[in-house]
Write a protein that binds this ligand. Structure first.
Ligand SMILES: Cc1cc2nc3c(=O)[nH]c(=O)nc-3n(C[C@H](O)[C@H](O)[C@H](O)COP(=O)(O)O)c2cc1C
Length: 299
């Protein structure tokens, strides 16, 4: 099957699968294999900390793949965001994902350089604000996800479906996605691509220890403690007031963070990046053939 969407066109990748920012581990070691396997890899600037380290890592990724990849700048987590963006632009990287807080200044810099700006949010109001500020695509993370925790976050199902109705720009879904069925569900909700964090974080290529990853894949999202931590909502009354006042605020506070999301429930062993992407696409195509044969006559 061909998996062409407005987002694959925008990013130049084969499949509408994007690597989420990973504050711990989001380097070329994961980003390059994601792009090589047909997804869109993202190097997380905050994971490299310093501009020279970031530059080196972008160069490493270029040595590892000819396919396009992008960068993430998470506001508040990445020191010197403008400098990091300048480094990336000087290296010819034109795809920027921002997240956590308002980032239209960075979005403007990228767009002036002829690039693409995606912004990730955890609330529909922030998605609308991001579109208004010029984002080319908006990623909305549902409650099932990890990392970006909003103070009034709702499920991925509701967030994506509402965002699709509210936005003109392409919508990217995140939160609890990690196998063929959840991937297809996101597309049916109206997403033009998905962002995966947990699924790539537990991969062999991710530079964290094997022992740690074994512990992660053994986690069960149905266990009360794990479940409660994942579903935890952020609280930020200050921002709540600003929202009520109608001030554009793009982003959400991050609170005590679970290490993985509900998507951990799809994995019981440590995969490679290619296993994740091939697994999702293979399963999705099989589901389309078996369960929706009338829609896949061209495959
Ligand atoms: C270990 C880890 C670190 C993360 N760090 C960041 C980060 O620095 N900035 C950010 O915007 N999102 C971060 N995220 C969130 C992901 O980019 C992505 O939005 C989220 O994982 C999607 O939900 P999923 O885990 O269900 O796929 C992180 C996720 C994980 C698992």
């Amino acid at each position: 099957m061909e998996w062409k969407t407005p987002v694959t066109e925008m990013l130049g990748c084969k499949y509408p699968i994007i690597e989420g920012a990973l504050h711990m581990g989001g380097t070329s070691k994961v980003a390059a294999p994601v792009s090589e396997a047909g997804g869109f890899g993202i190097i997380t600037a905050g994971a490299l900390k310093k501009p020279d380290k970031f530059r080196d890592d972008i160069r490493r990724a270029k040595d590892m793949t000819d396919k396009p990849f992008g960068i993430n700048i998470s506001i508040g987590f990445c020191k010197e965001p403008e400098k990091m963006l300048e480094v990336a632009l000087n290296e010819g990287i034109k795809h920027l994902e921002t997240s956590v807080y308002i980032a239209d200044n960075l979005g403007k810099m990228v767009k002036e350089a002829g690039g693409v700006w995606m912004h990730k949010v955890a609330h529909l109001d922030h998605a609308i604000a991001a579109e208004r500020q010029g984002a080319d695509a908006v990623c909305i993370v549902g409650l099932e996800g990890v990392g970006e925790k909003g103070f009034a976050q709702v499920t991925t199902l509701t967030s994506v479906t509402m965002a699709k109705k509210a936005l003109k720009v392409p919508v990217i879904a995140a939160g609890g996605i990690g196998d063929g069925r959840s991937f297809l569900s996101a597309l049916v909700m109206g997403a033009d691509a998905v962002v995966l964090g947990t699924a790539f974080y537990i991969c062999q290529e991710c530079p964290t220890s094997e022992k740690y990853k074994q512990r992660l894949v053994a986690m069960n999202p149905l266990d009360k403690e794990t479940r409660d931590l994942i579903l935890l909502q952020g609280e930020d009354t200050r921002r709540d007031e600003r929202l009520r006042e109608g001030t554009d605020h793009v982003g959400a506070p991050t609170v005590r963070m679970a290490q993985v999301s509900m998507a951990i429930g799809y994995y019981d062993r440590i995969p490679t990046v290619k296993d994740v992407i091939d697994g999702i696409i293979g399963e999705a195509e099989e589901i389309m053939r078996r369960e929706f044969p009338f829609t896949s006559s061209k495959t």
